[in-house]
Design a protein around this ligand. Structure first.
Ligand code: HEC
Length: 499
């Protein structure tokens, strides 16, 4: 213990000296606990939260769960439980949904153990996929019973892992491909494995690896913009160039795009270490869609899908800024909202702040996820908590959290007579066949090379009216079909009874 205190003391002196004597570009200024141990794991007291934490007008903030060391990425299950990855604990934790509506998770259980630094998670076709530092694996998951079944099988192995940026994220795109982000092995260098500093993609079975986009130093999180289907990824700019350069980035990621690292940063600015003699590469690099302030470390990004928020938050993106270490004065340490105007210009506003006050840090946000209740959940690997930010004062809307259980499926289906269900379902099946829906939705009917999006558990998320509304305006890249209302309802009845 004395040794630990002594070491800490020396470190504090060194860190202090850094700020006085060292050149600004070598500045180290980070909450010491989280630098040494990865996570403080202490939730701030209520008074501190009331006194310091700030949210936009009309929103409220509280703690949904605490005591979760190194809480990193988040993913909601189909029944409203929240998965939290804890890479340093080798674990994926399940927080049970807030069915009693008190604004806190009802319980927790360890879902997966002994993984190799599990980080990103997503669901597909009855599987829970988890990205480890050098692999992506999957295991059967039943959202109703909250249980995994069978073995964790690795569908991708040999992804370059470890070293500097070792977290891996995995998400399924609207096109059905599995996207995996891989950070660089270093601050700035020429990589030996070109899959580093890139977003890769695979078929759901792990085959067909391709580099989707490159030159992304550490794209920790990404999400597809509703409406456009565009892929946006956060990216952390390099260190050791000074307090205010280079910007961290939000990139609109296109297939084959090169975003510059290590040759360029920001808007095609040559990197002092590797830019010289690489003019063509620098010029061809894609500038960020939005530059964050230097060293702010944008990690999690989630587009707002809820419509239960003020108009200017609809379609906004929430981004967790983990906060600086390579800066004389700390910066970042908050969740911001990004707002697109009609010309596509993006502006940034504070969404959840107060983690940082006068150089004192009580939390570091990592990921953002929108819950089935329309509230926003934010992981914090410094305080070891999950924050919950909701619009409208009520702590939680229990009714919305309690997702329809299977037996309550499709209430409006139950309202139809048996005869009508049979007739509609038969017409719906015929329409489904004629419109060749199967080419994108049935694995066995997909055309060679096409990636399919299985239709599953629809009744957990849609009723007849909901599917009708979806078919009027499907999410791209799904095409819209010229069905009339009765035809859409026929298809809805067919799908809800069979998927
Ligand atoms: C060209 C490929 C394509 C065709 C053809 C297609 N879809 Fe889709 N569909 C998609 C994609 C991609 C998605 C996922 C969009 C997203 O990200 O939400 C989707 C999503 C859906 C969903 C929502 C699934 C969910 O889990 O929320 C339904 C329902 C659906 N499609 C029904 C149909 C029906 C019915 C037809 C035929 C009339 C059809 N689709 C034809 C590509 C297609």
């Amino acid at each position: 213990m004395r040794l630990a205190v002594g070491t800490l003391g020396v470190l504090l002196v060194v860190v202090g000296a850094c700020q006085l004597l060292w050149p600004e570009r070598l500045a180290v200024n980070v909450p010491i606990g989280s630098m040494l141990f990865g996570s403080g794991g202490k939730a701030p007291a209520q008074e501190l939260i009331r006194g310091r934490m700030r949210v936009p007008e009309g929103f409220t903030v509280g703690i949904y769960a605490e005591g979760i060391k190194n809480a990193r990425l988040l993913r909601f299950t189909a029944t409203g439980d929240l998965l939290v990855s804890q890479p340093r604990q080798s674990r994926v934790l399940l927080l049970e949904r807030d069915a009693d509506g008190d604004g806190r998770a009802d319980g927790r259980r360890s879902l997966l153990e002994d993984l190799n630094r599990p980080h990103g998670m997503d669901f597909r076709d009855g599987w829970l996929y988890v990205a480890e530092t050098d692999a992506v694996g999957r295991i059967r998951f039943d959202a109703q019973t909250r249980e995994v079944r069978g073995e964790f099988e690795r569908v991708v192995t040999g992804i370059p892992g470890g070293s500097n940026h070792w977290t891996r994220s995995v998400r399924f795109g609207p096109d059905g491909w599995m996207y995996v982000s891989v950070g660089s092995s270093c601050n700035v260098c020429i990589e030996e494995d070109e899959r580093r500093a890139a977003i890769l993609r695979y078929r759901p079975d792990g085959s067909g690896e391709e580099i989707y986009a490159r030159g992304l130093r550490n794209p920790v999180s990404f999400d597809w913009q509703p409406g456009t289907g565009d892929l946006y990824a956060t990216d952390n700019g390099r260190d050791l160039l000074g307090n205010d350069v280079p910007p961290c980035e939000l990139n609109r990621v296109v297939q084959g795009g090169d975003y510059g690292w290590p040759y360029a940063y920001g808007d095609r600015i040559p990197d002092p270490s590797y830019g010289a003699g690489e003019e063509a590469r620098v010029a061809a690099s894609i500038p960020p869609a939005f530059p964050f302030r230097a060293h702010n470390s944008p990690l999690g990004i989630a587009f707002v899908r809820s419509t239960d928020v003020p108009a200017d938050y609809r379609g906004a993106a929430l981004v967790a800024l983990h906060g600086s270490w390579n800066r004389t004065r700390k910066d970042g340490y908050k969740v911001v909202s990004l707002h697109w105007d009609e010309n596509g210009e993006i502006t940034e506003r504070d969404f959840l702040s107060g983690f940082l006050l006068d150089e004192d840090v009580i939390g570091r946000p990592v990921d953002v996820a929108e819950g089935p209740d329309g509230a926003f959940y934010i992981s914090d690997d410094h305080a070891g908590v999950i924050w919950r930010v909701a619009y409208g004062g009520a702590p939680a809307d229990a009714a919305r959290f309690a997702l329809p259980a299977r037996k309550e499926i499709g209430d409006d289906l139950a309202a139809l007579s048996r005869q009508e269900r049979i007739e509609r379902s038969a017409r719906g099946e015929e329409l489904y066949r004629r419109a060749a829906c199967a080419t994108c939705h049935e694995p066995e009917r997909a055309e060679a090379g096409a990636v399919i999006v299985p239709l599953e558990d629809l009744a957990l998320r849609y009723d007849v009216a909901g599917l009708d509304a979806f078919l009027v305006a499907p999410t791209p890249p799904m095409p819209a079909f010229p069905f009339d209302r009765e035809e859409r309802r026929d298809i809805a009845v067919y799908l809800l009874q069979t998927r």
